[in-house]
Design a protein around this ligand. Structure first.
Ligand code: ATR
Length: 267
């Protein structure tokens, strides 16, 4: 990679800036295509001032992760329609000085699912009603899945289900719905390190026709995925969603189709 006076800077904002695999993934892709971009961490001390920095330094785009996905919104000029309905952004583009927020999380999850299964007409349970769930719920609905959202706090589920236009309920509905379900997605933090012995689904509810995806990426094989795998369900690891949300962002950053195999190898 040759940095020169024409190099375009793309930054990354978020708590995982030290450990993110995205630097390797994007920079290898830029290099492979001979694109004069570089993807670097931006360490945030004050978010409002950091956004001013993006404008004044003509940084051409930033990737955004927790804890800034919602907090960043008031400092942007516009949200695209998808980020607007989700209420969170994971990417900001600097278009001639105008900062525009977008969100590729949900579509990334749908692309990860589509590698293993159809979505159209399938009965899908989404566990959780937080930020990640919002992104996935709209995208699954766009892909014509028959969606039911289940969450510990039912009022949050009802609100999201109303916005998306789907069924909802509490976690206790799992036992009654699972036998007729095709796809189960965990979008809660349950099972994440250090709570690796937790899962929201009793093992006896899994059946062979089921596809199970977890958005928890640490550990890679969560208790949910391990138990689903033991009864021969198809399983989808969180890193597939990570890849596809990044593939989508690459195209937004550069306007060019990304070298997916190279990005995949870096992950
Ligand atoms: P994110 O933006 O990553 O989705 P979030 O907005 O804090 O994070 O949402 C976390 C989700 O995990 C919520 O659906 C939360 O359920 P509540 O709405 O009831 O809080 C769910 N969650 C977290 N810990 C949980 C637990 N121990 N049992 C069940 N659900 C849990």
């Amino acid at each position: 990679m040759k940095i020169n006076g024409e190099t375009k800077l793309i930054g990354f904002l978020g708590s995982t800036f030290k450990t993110s695999k995205m630097y390797a993934m994007y920079n290898a892709a830029f290099e492979a295509l001979g694109l004069n971009y570089v993807y670097v961490p931006l360490v945030v001390k004050n978010l409002k001032k950091a956004i001013k920095g993006i404008r004044h330094l003509e940084i051409c785009a930033v990737g955004v992760t927790i804890p800034y996905k919602i907090e960043i919104i008031p400092f942007l000029d516009e949200l695209d329609n998808n980020a607007k309905r989700i209420g969170a952004v994971n990417v900001v583009l600097n278009k001639n000085g105008k900062l525009i927020g977008g969100n590729t999380d949900g579509e990334g999850a749908v692309m990860a699912l589509k590698e293993k299964t159809e979505i159209k007409g399938k009965k899908i349970i989404l566990l959780g009603a937080g930020g990640a769930a919002r992104a996935i719920a709209f995208a699954v609905k766009d892909a014509d899945g028959e969606l039911t959202i289940l969450n510990r706090t039912v009022s949050k589920t009802e609100e999201l289900a109303k916005a998306v236009g789907c069924q909802s309920g509490g976690l206790e509905k799992l036992s009654e719905l699972m036998s007729s379900t095709d796809i189960l997605i965990n979008s809660t933090a349950v099972g994440m390190t250090p709570n690796v012995n937790q899962s929201l689904v009793d093992k006896e509810l899994f059946h062979k026709k089921l596809t199970v995806m977890d958005i928890v990426s640490n550990p890679k094989e969560t208790k949910l995925l391990k138990e689903a795998n033991e009864v021969d369900c198809q399983i989808i690891f969180a890193d597939r969603m990570l890849l596809w949300q990044g593939v989508l962002k690459f195209e937004m950053y550069t306007g060019i189709k990304p070298p997916i195999k190279i990005m995949e190898k870096q992950l």
